[in-house]
Design a protein around this ligand. Structure first.
Ligand SMILES: CC(C)(COP(=O)(O)OP(=O)(O)OC[C@H]1O[C@@H](n2cnc3c(N)ncnc32)[C@H](O)[C@@H]1OP(=O)(O)O)[C@@H](O)C(=O)NCCC(=O)NCCS
Length: 376
């Protein structure tokens, strides 16, 4: 068995930003237009009028201040309320593969590696652009990687579950290195017309290069262990799928987009995640106090504060549990990886950190890492 490391991470950030102010102005205009169209039904008590969204609620309830999106104009158009993507011919790289290639190239470059050093690609995300061929195979081809590629989806835990699959491939000698990419085009499955959740998501792509420790860069992060857990719940769900056509469904049907029971998710997932992390550290002979930093899934600020408090018995500092969701919003599986990507350069050799994701399924995945290299 080989020892395994995270050699580097990479990121693709869309160039378009939607602030909470812009988002709320667009939603409120949409609500106004809807209320005008349905004025008679509302007056007759047959329909409930839509109530306005507001920036203060969003920031207080979630901690989110803005989000990046691949296409902003369609989302903010009150007559549309979804991004506008132009279909591409099959001869052109698909959008999801394009952003994954950009993040993967960033990760390779940061590790000083090339496609020739990699034997596999795992595309792990909350939604795939198409059924087949697998997105990972297109990404593998665009990068010029020989070997294999496959897709996997465990919603917001896709990246950590993908890391475990990559770690196992490298540990057993099936691959020298595997790239895990997490292209999250959440704007295409978010219900922008629903005030309860229209502020939640943003688009991004992250990439993680998982490699044999003996050939990884000197300052890589050795993977000390991974732990995955799932427990079925309907509280975060999206029913869109290949059966929708045969069911004569309208693609705009509410349950064919992201739906959640936010309060229940909050109540149920926080204790599960804290317990999972404590158990994982315990199994490695570690305690939360041995961990310099927790790179947590980025869904909601209060959720992360509660999980850290349960784990540490006190509030975590911003240094111990960094927040990126104010800038990125919830980016599904990419959130904990962005947190790691942005906040690991100051680690000293020997220091330990923990990545943990949680979300639909329910699914929880954690990865414990230790910085390599010689102390200064
Ligand atoms: C989603 C979440 C931020 C909502 O916060 P919340 O405090 O639970 O809010 P609620 O949905 O209970 O709504 C509280 C009130 O705010 C109102 N409200 C909801 N959205 C609003 C908006 N955009 N603007 C203004 N008011 C809003 C509701 O109507 C409700 O009003 P009421 O008390 O008069 O009925 C929160 O439940 C959460 O963080 N859940 C964790 C799950 C998560 O983030 N999952 C992401 C996928 S992993």
């Amino acid at each position: 068995m080989h020892r395994v490391a995270i050699s580097s991470t990479g990121i693709f950030v869309p160039s378009e930003v939607i602030t909470n102010q812009e988002l709320v102005a667009s939603y409120n205009r949409y609500a106004e237009l809807q209320n005008q169209v349905h004025a008679d039904a509302i007056a007759a008590g047959q329909q409930v009028a839509l109530t306005p969204s507001n920036v203060e609620f969003i920031e207080k309830a979630s901690g989110i201040k803005q989000r990046y999106v691949l296409e902003k104009e369609g989302v903010l158009d009150p007559e549309r309320m979804r991004p506008r993507f132009t279909p591409r011919p099959d001869s052109q790289i698909s959008l999801m593969a394009e952003i994954a290639v950009a993040a993967a190239q960033d990760a390779l470059q940061r590790a000083g590696k090339t496609a020739a050093d990699v034997d596999g690609v795992i595309c792990a995300a909350a939604n795939m652009q198409r059924a087949y061929p697998a997105m990972a195979v297109e990404i593998q081809s665009a990068l010029g990687i020989e070997g294999f590629g496959f897709d996997m989806n465990v919603a917001c835990s896709s990246a950590t579950f993908g890391i475990e699959m990559a770690v196992n491939s490298v540990k057993t000698g099936c691959a020298r290195a595997v790239l895990v990419v997490d292209p999250e085009i959440t704007s295409a499955h978010l219900a922008w017309k629903d005030r309860d959740c229209h502020f939640i998501f943003g688009d991004v792509c992250t990439a993680i290069l998982v490699e044999r420790l003996d050939i990884a860069p000197a300052n890589a992060f050795e993977v000390l262990g991974t732990k995955l857990q799932t427990s079925f719940s309907n509280n975060i769900r999206n029913n869109f799928g290949f059966m929708s056509r045969a069911e004569d469904r309208d693609p705009d049907d509410r349950d064919l987009l992201f739906v959640q029971e936010g309060r229940k998710v909050f109540k149920e997932v926080c204790p599960m995640a804290a317990e999972h992390m404590a158990e994982h550290l315990g199994a490695l002979g570690l305690t939360p106090a041995d961990v310099r930093r927790f790179w947590l899934h980025q869904a909601n600020l209060s959720m992360n504060q509660l999980i850290s408090r349960k784990l540490l018995g006190r509030d975590a500092t911003a240094e111990e549990a960094p927040v990126i969701l104010d800038e990125f919003a919830n980016t599904a599986s990419a959130g904990s990886i962005i947190s790691f990507h942005r906040n690991h350069a100051d680690f000293e050799p020997g220091q330990v950190g923990m990545i943990c994701s949680f979300g639909a399924g329910y699914s929880i995945g954690s990865v414990v890492v230790r910085r390599q290299g010689v102390a200064a």
